[in-house]
Design a protein around this ligand. Structure first.
Ligand code: NDP
Length: 351
């Protein structure tokens, strides 16, 4: 007997993380229905994977609309799993409510509500949350505190005083809304919810490559290169460590893998998977650039390659062993992430 492939609804399919999910879903034999905001974004993937690929698209211009996902779920009764990645990720919001909180929170509620109403055959909903929903900045310098999958960001709207803080709050509010929905509808749901909570996600792009307008997390990574470049150009490469504290990170291909694992992993329901291999320091990244991509790194500072580590003993401890045990994930090392991401970005920049 042949088993029909699982069809997955992927919201925000043209995004940085989601485009890796598309690739891995197709590689693993899933069928995919993606939501994108325009036909041009769908066409990129159709051209890339071919018209025969089991990949369809629906246009959802704005996840804030109450009925945003009703039509796609009604038209595709074959969908049995949902991956909700669509949510704004940028640090340039001016109206936090309109630009961040509404799409993050309403988008999450809308997908859950539409699945409940129109897709009783769906068994799992996996939501892309964030380490931003876990972290407690007030405790980051508290060595007696341990951050785990159970930790929650305590921020309120009053605490969000800049666009970066507002983005973090948007992720906390969206995830909280998801768990609240589960609690309130406990007896009526045919599906379980899981969240994937990555920190900064880095890696090469599988969506349209525009190095002048990288997604927010890769732009942050590229800025480390640009800082080192400026230090060298300004004659300030004098043996000091490249500035910058520890950055919690994970490779985009691991993030995509975790979303897909959550579709079938029996341990995934009701879990928050905080996927990260740990921290990286700007100096460490610069070291890896010099080792792995010497052609591009010749124009950037060396810093102090012998001393990339900063004393972490005064900081909160990290413990994501539940995620690591439940997923069995083997993290992609930083050296591969840096080589693959910068190899792609810098080749495109120099073309
Ligand atoms: P991208 O900006 O590349 O992807 C975001 C996706 O959401 C895009 O497809 C975007 O569409 C879509 N989207 C945003 N707002 C709306 C809206 N109002 N209506 C419809 N679609 C919308 O970012 P990432 O891939 O990095 O992020 C994907 C998810 O992962 C987000 O939920 C983000 O918060 C989360 N995340 C990302 C991390 C990272 O470091 N990258 C870390 C932790 C969590 P379009 O591009 O057409 O605007």
């Amino acid at each position: 007997m042949t088993i029909a492939p699982t069809t997955v609804l992927l919201t925000g399919a043209s995004g940085f993380i989601a485009s890796h999910i598309v690739k891995q879903l197709l590689e693993q034999g899933f069928h995919v229905v993606g939501t994108v905001r325009s036909q041009a974004k769908a066409d990129y993937f159709i051209n890339r994977y071919g018209k025969e690929a089991p990949l369809k698209f629906a246009i959802v211009e704005d996840i804030v609309s109450d009925d945003a996902f009703d039509k796609v779920l009604q038209e595709h009764p074959e969908i049995t799993a949902v991956l909700h990645t669509a949510s704004p990720f940028h640090f340039n919001a001016t109206d936090y409510e309109e630009h961040l909180y509404a799409p993050a929170v309403k988008g999450t509620r809308n997908i859950l509500e539409s699945v409940r109403k129109f897709a009783p055959q769906v068994k799992r909903v996996i939501i892309t949350s964030s380490y931003a929903a876990i972290m407690d900045i007030s405790k980051e310098q508290d060595s007696s505190f341990t951050i785990t999958e159970k930790t929650w960001n305590p921020m309120t709207r009053e605490d969000a005083t800049d666009p970066r803080g507002a983005y973090c709050l948007s992720k906390k509010l969206a995830e909280a809304a998801a768990w609240e929905f589960v609690e309130q509808n406990e007896d009526q749901l045919n599906f379980t919810v899981s969240t994937i909570n990555p920190p900064f996600v880095w890696g090469p792009l599988e969506n349209q490559l525009d190095v002048n307008s990288l997604n927010t997390s890769n732009e942050f990574l590229l800025n480390i290169f640009l800082t080192a470049k400026k230090l060298k150009e300004d004659g300030k490469d004098n043996g000091d460590v490249i500035p910058g504290g520890p950055i919690s990170w994970v490779d985009v291909r691991d993030v995509a893998w975790a979303h897909i694992d959550a579709i079938t992993n029996p341990k995934a329901p009701n879990q928050r998977w905080w996927i990260t291999p740990g921290h990286a320091f700007p100096q460490e990244i610069v070291n890896l650039l010099h080792q792995g991509l010497p052609k591009f790194a010749s124009g950037i500072a060396i810093g102090n390659p012998e001393k990339p580590e900063i004393d972490m003993s005064c900081r909160a401890a990290f413990d994501n062993h539940i995620t690591n045990e439940q997923t069995g994930i083997k993290y992609i090392p930083l050296s591969s992430t840096i080589k693959d991401a910068f190899g792609q970005f810098l080749t495109a920049k120099s073309a």
